[in-house]
Write a protein that binds this ligand. Sequence first.
Ligand code: ATP
Length: 227
Amino acid sequence: MVSVQRPASSVQPLILFGGTFDPIHRAHVRAALAVSTVLGDAPVRLLPNAVPPHRAQPRADGAQRLAMVTLACAGHRPLAVDDWELRQPGPSFTHTTLKHFRRLIGDRRPLVFMIGADSLAGLDQWEGWRRFATLCHLAVVPRPGAPAPSLAISRAFPRGNASQLLRLAAGRRLMLTRPCLDVSATEVREALAESGDCRALDPKVLAHIHHQGLYNVPATHSDNEAS
Ligand code: ATP
């Protein structure tokens, strides 16, 4: 088990960003870039989940969500997609993912799990959440209207600054103050179903959605192939 007080080596932290990404939108990408920047341009792995245990099941399948995350990460050097959760059987429990990545990188390198402030407020509903602090730091991105975390959550993850996250392997909570973008995948799906367009999407992701006919947008690929 990792001691939260143990000084980490000077290697860059590994940042994990789990989510449904149904679809990935501008706020996801801006949040990932912001956390990377504040932690010295550290790499971020975006992990689309297979079967999210805490919420409604995604509309697009895993392969489609992976394809959209890959398109959205292209051109952003610190960002990379990771299909580890999609390759595991059954529900994607963050605790299992954290244990896997902690084993992969060893005990000393900082591991950072980034989440939106809305997810932080509900963290105590996640399986094994109290053990997260032995495995990783949290980097929390603000989200309009998100409630404050409970005392239990705040105590499990004491607040830390960026230099503490770089120095320790796990156990601190970094609260970012920006970006704070009022975008959600639910609203993106609604806009797509209504108008086939959404400015919160990367143009490459929007083109993919049209090509594949996702989210009730009529597919365009058969027209193109016929012409
Ligand atoms: P949905 O509307 O379908 O619930 P979502 O937009 O919240 O989707 P998810 O894929 O569920 O997106 O979110 C993955 C992670 O990104 C979560 O930690 C969530 O809190 C965070 N996140 C999503 N949107 C934002 C946002 N606008 N600002 C900050 N964090 C966000």
